[in-house]
Ligand binder design. Structure first.
Ligand code: GLU
Length: 457
């Protein structure tokens, strides 16, 4: 057994003895759930899947559908229109509270029922069937398999769901719902009756963690910006009126549902799901909250923990960089004698803000004196954020203004960054870059001169 599954099994065993909580019964069919059912599942960013207990038992998704349908509507409407229709403020109230903005009737957020019903109505479709089909397709893409419905739970909720219908009628009268309230709540009940397992939910959560790309199927389900906004709403509003305490204790974007499902997301790290039907007074799965609290503490998952940088960004800051090109004894002597004129600074990995700031510090500390050639070796860089590219460009332009020649060695996609800057020379390898500087130095070329057309690679 692999170590992750072993740890998950051990946690499952420890928490399965936890009693307490009530299985939801206001939807009569949900009361039939077995209070002892308990499954945990994790999906990593590499698409590896781990599970413990009843992670393959099916149950209805209920409110755990809300963030995913929000992501779907957000994709179609765009952020401004979406926010105009459904707010993003935690209501601090129960899931079925009548929390509408005075004056506009805009629901507080998409994670409580009013906001979720309004969100479902915002999914563009020609008719209710088409809307349900789009929602099922979307949830299936997040899960990475074709999902279906629990017809009994749907019928049971449709027969007893007057409070949700009342919410929809209220929104309609306040002007915040333009669709037929009866039809929209039926679509919402359909969405809530989709059958999933904890293992499915972990993949769905992992897709949000992975910036909208399903790490198991590789399919891009939603854009990165949509995933980020969805996670933000989950972080503040995902746990009913227990959202504040959840962020304090567990510190992960999450969403729970009345059937006992609970997902939590470690952005860029994993998706976790728990299924256990007994709920605490706030409506969250008792064992789900206990499992996530324990995991968060043990593995330091809390979002507010400062991230640990596992690898150094700057790989070298060398004076006297030399290429592999054959040189005469006289040329070698000249190059060795001018070893402070050609400097290479190397970097590796992803250049986000922190990494770029480190790299720029290294560049600043390494610029040659008197003016010379600065080789920035980005060959081992795997990604540059737009903000980082701009920081880098500004810093290198400044180095060039101070009379140095700036030479960048980078892989194909990042060469484009250098191409936008005529003051830089770009090469596809460090060796070529350094050789070019050596040639210039040997030719006695003043480093302060602007590059001429045809120079460089
Ligand atoms: N279908 C349920 C309702 O609207 C979902 C509630 C929930 O999971 O919070 O009452």
């Amino acid at each position: 057994m692999d170590p992750v599954t072993k740890a998950l099994d051990e946690l499952h065993w420890r928490i399965s003895g936890l009693k307490g909580g009530e299985v939801a019964s206001y939807i009569p069919e949900l009361a039939r759930a077995d209070p002892d059912d308990f499954g945990i599942a994790i999906t990593s960013m590499g698409g590896r899947r781990y599970r413990a207990g009843k992670a393959d038992t099916e149950f209805t998704i209920q409110s755990v559908s809300k963030p995913f349908v929000y992501a779907l509507a957000l994709t179609d409407l765009g952020p401004e229109e979406m926010l105009g229709r459904v707010g993003a403020e935690p209501s601090g109230e129960a899931f079925n509270a009548i929390s509408l903005e005075p004056g506009t009737g805009r629901p507080a957020n998409p994670m409580v029922n009013a906001g979720a019903i309004a969100t479902t109505a915002l999914v563009p479709a020609s008719d209710p069937e088409a809307r349900s089909a789009r929602i099922l397709d979307c949830l299936s893409a997040f899960a990475g398999r074709r999902l279906g419905y629990d017809e009994e739970v749907y019928a049971s909720e449709a027969a007893t769901g007057d409070r949700n219908r009342a919410l929809a009628y209220l929104m309609r009268s306040a002007g915040s719902l333009s669709e037929d309230p009866y039809a929209v709540t039926a679509t919402y009940f359909r969405q809530c009756s989709v059958l999933v397992t904890a293992a499915d939910l972990a993949v769905m959560a992992a897709t949000l963690a992975n910036g909208g790309r399903n790490p198991v199927t590789g399919e891009r389900v939603v854009e990165r910006d949509v995933a980020v906004r969805t996670l933000a709403v989950m972080a503040t509003c995902g746990m009913y009126d227990g959202a504040g305490e959840w962020l304090l204790n567990v510190g992960l974007p999450a969403k729970s549902g009345v059937s006992g499902g609970l997902i939590a997301v470690g952005p860029g790290r994993f998706g976790i799901a728990v299924y256990s039907p007994p709920l605490d007074p706030a409506g969250n799965s008792v064992r789900g909250v206990a499992a996530l609290t324990a995991m968060s503490e043990r593995l330091a998952l809390h979002l507010m923990h400062a991230p640990v940088h596992l690898t150094a960004t700057v790989t070298d800051t060398g004076h006297g960089a030399r290429s592999s090109r054959a040189r005469s004894a006289e040329q070698s002597a000249l190059l060795n004698g001018s070893s402070r004129r050609i400097v290479a600074v190397g970097a590796q990995g992803e250049l986000e803000f922190t990494e770029t700031e480190q790299l720029l510090g290294a560049v600043e500390g390494a610029v040659p004196e008197p003016p010379g050639w600065l080789v920035l070796d980005l060959m081992a860089v795997t990604g540059i954020r737009p903000g980082s590219a701009a920081m880098l460009a500004a810093a290198l332009a400044d180095v060039a203004r101070r009379g140095h020649r700036v030479v960048v060695a980078a892989q194909e996609p990042f060469l484009a960054v250098a191409d936008e800057h005529p003051a830089w020379h770009a090469f596809g390898s460090r060796d070529e870059a350094v050789a070019w500087c050596e040639d210039q130095l040997l030719a006695g070329g003043p480093p302060a001169s602007r590059p001429t057309a045809g120079d460089g690679g």
